[in-house]
Design a binder for this molecule. Sequence first.
Ligand code: PLP
Length: 223
Amino acid sequence: MMDVKRNIRAICSSLPEGVKLVAVSKFHPVETIKEVYGAGQRIFGESRVQELIAKQPLLPEDIEWHFIGTLQTNKVKYIAPFISMIESVDTFRLLQEINRQAEKFNRVIRALIEVHIAEEGSKHGFSIDECKSLFTQTTLKQFPSIRVCGLMGMATFTDDTDQVRREFGILRNLFNEIKSIPDTDKEIFTELSMGMSDDYKVAIEEGSTIVRIGTGIFGTREY
Ligand SMILES: *Cc1c(COP(=O)(O)O)cnc(C)c1O
C-alpha cells in the first residue's frame, strides 16, 4: 500500500511558496482520492472525460478539477458545468467549443494554452509561433467566456536533465514574452504549468507555478 498522505505532505512541504500542486488522480479510485483530500489537497487533475465525470459526483464539491489530457471537442459539454481549469487547450476549435459551452452554462472557464516544447513528435499543443499569434493578434478576445490564465507544456520524456531544463526554459521565455505584450492582462496571465513526478524540481527552477504530480503521490498507475 502506498502511503499517499505521507507522499503528499512530503511533496507539499518541498514546494516553494506560490507553486500550486495538481494531484493527478487518473486511474486511481475515489477512495484513494478521498485520502489525499483528507490530507488537505484540493486541486486534482484528470485526463479522461469519462473517468472524470464518473468520479466528480462522488467526491467533495470544493475540489478544483483540472483537465489535463487530450480533450475532444464533442466532450467539452460534459465537463463545462464544473471544471475549474482546462490546462490542455491545444486547438483553435477547442477554444471555440469551450467558449460556447461556458456561455451555455453561464460560466467563465479558466484555461491554459498547451504548447508543444518536447522534441518527440507525439506530444500535443500549439507550436511556439502559433501560440504567440493567439496573443499578438488578440484572437482570444473572441472568447469572452474563457479566461486564459497562462501556458502548459510537457518536456521530452528523457533522463537528459539538460534537455528537460532547456525545454522548460523555452516555455518560460514564451510565457514572459506573452506577459510583456501590452494587451495581456498581467493580473490574469499568471500561470505556467510545467513539471510532473520526474521533472518537477527542474520545472520549478525554471519558473513553474503549477506542477502536476501523479505517480509521486499515488504510486504507479495500473492501466
Ligand atoms: C499523467 C499526467 C501527469 C502526471 O504524471 P506523473 O508522471 O504520474 O506525475 C502530468 N501531466 C499530464 C498532462 C499527464 O497526463
